[in-house]
Design a protein around this ligand. Structure first.
Ligand code: SF4
Ligand code: SF4
Length: 313
């Protein structure tokens, strides 16, 4: 059995429990701006790290007005087009999904939409908008579909009976219309990365989807996020010891915009992983948010520095 997190760890943002200097990640340059379009989801998964469900309203729907200022800030950075990622919840449930997507694409950015490819994506109004945007902005729109496992039993254990078949129908629809599609799977069910990739590969070939199962960006396998397991704290010495570069952390090149229930304005978080810890709320504007991030959370150690997890393509 794994040991629980030592309560003396992850207390001081700057100093570890052993009195060493905690590692931080300085801002590098923008690669991905994530928009959490809202926490509502059409389903309730057993291990949803962001606690989405049909009643989860901790993040309310973003609107085109909410995101315009951030797109203006990106323009002012003068580094050209970036990737905008939409996540949730289920982004296709947001009534402003089509308008926000159009705004992002019209500014020249690539748009990555994380979806479960279920009923919200398959509503006629949403489908029409997706096809229209893909025709007008060819090669700029990608869907990353959450398919927890390559078997119905594995996927449905997480998402509910029948959800595998519903997701496959959505993925077939994306493929039939030549929409760019990636898969986000979970590593928990599989004995090894190779077994997982072989399993997904067989499913991909059966359905004729244009996805390279060997490509870690096209088939991402995410580790389980066990919040209880003890992990070491990351000090400034760790980068050299582990040969890991701070610039390779998601918080060196990404931020996530959320709008908390009851808030007047959206807030910018350090990354997609730490959504409920106020330490990682970096400000209201993108500019304010570009300060160094102190790695004062077990996720920083487990998923980023030690585990290599990244939510960005
Ligand atoms: S589909 Fe995604 S956002 Fe919705 S509950 Fe499942 S893991 Fe969470
Ligand atoms: S969880 Fe990872 S990306 Fe997020 S702040 Fe910690 S190190 Fe950075």
């Amino acid at each position: 059995m794994n040991a629980l997190i030592d309560p003396s760890k992850f207390q001081d943002p700057f100093i570890t429990a052993k009195g060493e200097t905690r590692a931080s990640v300085a801002w590098d340059q923008l690669k991905t701006l994530w928009l959490n379009t809202g926490s509502l989801c059409n389903i309730t998964c057993a291990n949803c790290y962001i606690k989405s469900s049909p009643t989860a309203d901790h993040f309310v729907y973003l609107t085109t007005d909410d995101i315009t200022d951030y797109l203006d800030e990106i323009d002012a950075m003068d580094q050209g087009a970036v990737e905008i990622g939409m996540t949730g919840g289920e982004p296709c449930m947001n009534p402003h999904f089509a308008a926000m997507s159009e705004l992002v694409l019209a500014r020249g950015h690539d748009l990555l939409v994380l979806t479960n490819a279920m009923k919200p994506m398959m509503r006629r109004r949403v489908q029409d908008a997706i096809l229209d945007l893909n025709a007008r902005f060819p090669g700029k729109l990608t869907f990353r579909v959450s398919l927890d496992h390559f078997t119905a039993a594995g996927h449905d254990a997480e998402r509910g009976d029948g959800s595998f078949e519903i997701a496959l129908t959505g993925m077939d629809w994306l493929a039939e219309h030549n929409l760019s599609m990636h898969i986000a799977g979970r590593a928990m069910f599989s004995e090894s990365d190779m077994i997982a990739r072989d399993g997904y590969r067989a499913l991909i070939e059966k359905h004729g989807w244009d996805i390279d199962a060997s490509n870690p960006a096209a088939l991402m396998l995410f580790p389980e996020m066990d919040e209880q397991v003890d992990v070491p704290e990351i000090t400034t010495a760790c980068w050299d010891i582990l040969s890991v570069h701070p610039e390779s952390m998601m918080c060196a090149n990404s931020r996530m915009v959320v709008k908390r229930k009851g808030a007047d304005k959206p807030a910018v978080l350090s990354c997609t992983l730490l959504w409920d810890d106020p330490q990682f709320e970096m400000g209201q504007t993108l500019k304010e948010s570009l300060t160094p991030v102190q790695l004062n959370h077990p996720h920083c150690a487990k998923f980023c520095v030690l585990g290599g997890a990244s939510c960005s393509a």
